[in-house]
Design a protein around this ligand. Structure first.
Ligand code: SF4
Length: 240
């Protein structure tokens, strides 16, 4: 697929060239963050360079050409947690979503790290078709999406090579931080002055562990204001 490069995108000819590398597409209910509870189509793009130890989508890590199995687009609709991907053009991807799930209001573009791929045209097309669109990114790369896109930045700053761009924190509609212990909270506090004051900060317990959940609850109650707790509903309820 074309790698993120806004300067190379924009003409009709370029649009036709855009291809996405997709790991899976499925309908469920958004279980995390401010939009929790909303029925959504999840588009999981393939590839992420960060390799967080706690990642629950490790099968989305591998890039094309490094051993990832290639599958037809229709097979990404079948859940199968293996490194694999299908390629699709912008038209193929948008048409698939609109035709298969016409009544679902929200499309969540996730990964992997979706900002590695040219997501602006995808967000523009889906919004023009009447969908609400949400992006889930680590903020590791510049975020280039339609202005109406709801952006969740989930900083991965405690892993080797992890970083979050100031521009990503400024653009975020929500910052969602995975909290395992006090060190994660300290890492969050170190970037908080880069997050606009009106932006909600969601604390998400690492792997829904009891001690992490207790720390998140305690911190949100103590700090109040824009702090909240993000519960992974799908894990609590054991549904996908
Ligand atoms: Fe997994 Fe997200 Fe970390 Fe990438 S940034 S390794 S997808 S948790």
């Amino acid at each position: 697929p074309l790698r993120f490069n806004p300067g190379k995108i924009g003409t009709a000819a370029r649009m036709e060239e855009i291809r996405y590398s997709i790991n899976e597409i499925f309908a469920s209910v958004q279980g995390e963050g401010l939009l929790a509870g909303t029925p959504a189509v999840f588009v999981r793009l393939q590839g992420c360079p960060l390799h967080c130890p706690w990642c629950d989508t490790k099968y989305s890590w591998k890039e094309d050409g490094s051993g990832t199995a290639k599958i037809p687009l229709s097979e990404v609709l079948v859940k199968d947690s293996r490194p694999r991907s299908a390629d699709a053009t912008l038209d193929e991807l948008v048409n698939l979503i609109l035709e298969r799930w016409p009544r679902i209001p929200l499309v969540v573009i996730t990964g992997g790290e979706p900002a590695e791929q040219p997501i602006r045209p995808l967000t523009e097309r889906l919004i023009a078709a009447g969908k609400r669109v949400s992006l889930e990114t680590s903020g590791f790369l510049e975020i280039d999406v339609a202005p109406e896109t709801f952006v969740t930045v989930s900083p991965k700053i405690t892993v080797p090579g992890g970083r979050v761009l100031d521009s990503a924190l400024e653009r975020a509609d929500e910052v969602k931080m995975v909290i395992g212990d006090e060190s994660d909270l300290a890492a969050l506090d170190a970037i908080t002055d880069k997050i606009p004051e009106s932006t909600p900060i969601s604390l998400q317990p690492l792997s829904m562990e009891e001690s992490a959940a207790s720390l998140c609850f305690r911190t949100a109650v103590e700090r109040g204001g824009r702090y909240r707790v993000s519960v992974q509903l799908h894990k609590v309820l054991r549904v996908r």
